[in-house]
Design a protein around this ligand. Structure first.
Ligand SMILES: [Zn+2]
Ligand SMILES: [Zn+2]
Length: 109
């Protein structure tokens, strides 16, 4: 994600969308990312989900329930958030830069 201004990786707000099915991050550069929770759970960057040596994903996407959702969201310092997921998993730390790179909108793809 090089070439983006710093405001592109600073959230203005983080919260559920209107019907509570997606997690919306509004960025300080005005961009809006709406994430299906399952997409984020599958992209978990923790050592239990990704092999630290090879970068290979250990987590089987098929093992993630379709109705997965975050129970809690906590800020980690000023650079990341951490989810406690409904499947009990909570070791993944998602830096804002990483979240921005995961944005599934048409403009980012
Ligand atoms: Zn993980
Ligand atoms: Zn986007």
């Amino acid at each position: 994600m090089s070439g983006l201004p710093p405001s592109a990786t600073r959230p203005e707000s983080i919260g559920p969308n209107d019907d509570g099915t997606e997690l919306v991050i509004r960025w300080q550069d005005g961009h809006r990312s709406s994430f299906p929770p399952r997409l984020l759970r599958i992209a978990c960057p923790c050592a239990g989900c990704v092999d630290e040596m090879t970068g290979r994903r250990i987590l089987e996407p098929g093992s993630v329930p379709p109705d997965i959702h975050p129970r809690t969201i906590e800020y980690v310092g000023r650079y990341a958030i951490q989810f406690e997921w409904s499947d009990g998993h909570s070791t993944g730390i998602f830096p804002f830069e990483y979240l921005r790179s995961l944005c599934p909108c048409a403009a980012c793809e």
